[in-house]
Unconditional design. Structure first.
Length: 89
């Protein structure tokens, strides 16, 4: 990847990462709302919620974040490749 190409891809990568993070948060909130009887994601310091509920929420949030981030980053790289005909890596 040339220096110019890298300079063009960096802002695209940052933008897609931000969008991916927002999308992942929204997806997680929708999933958690459907599977939990309690409102809102349990925080680790909230001792009124069970340990298993807190750990399950954290694991699910990590899974969703990783999956959405990979999908968005991949789509951004494919889009960049389609527009410039060069590998963004």
């Amino acid at each position: 990847m040339s220096v110019v190409s890298k300079a063009l891809y960096k802002p695209l990568s940052i933008g897609t990462s931000v969008i991916g993070g927002l999308a992942a948060g929204a997806v997680f909130n929708q999933i958690w709302k459907r599977i939990s009887s309690e409102p809102g994601k349990p925080e680790p310091q909230d001792l009124q919620r069970s340990t298993s509920e807190v750990l399950i929420a954290a694991a699910l949030q990590g899974l969703v974040f990783g999956l959405v981030r990979a999908a968005v980053d991949r789509a951004g790289a494919r889009g960049y490749e389609a527009m410039t005909h060069s590998d963004p890596n």
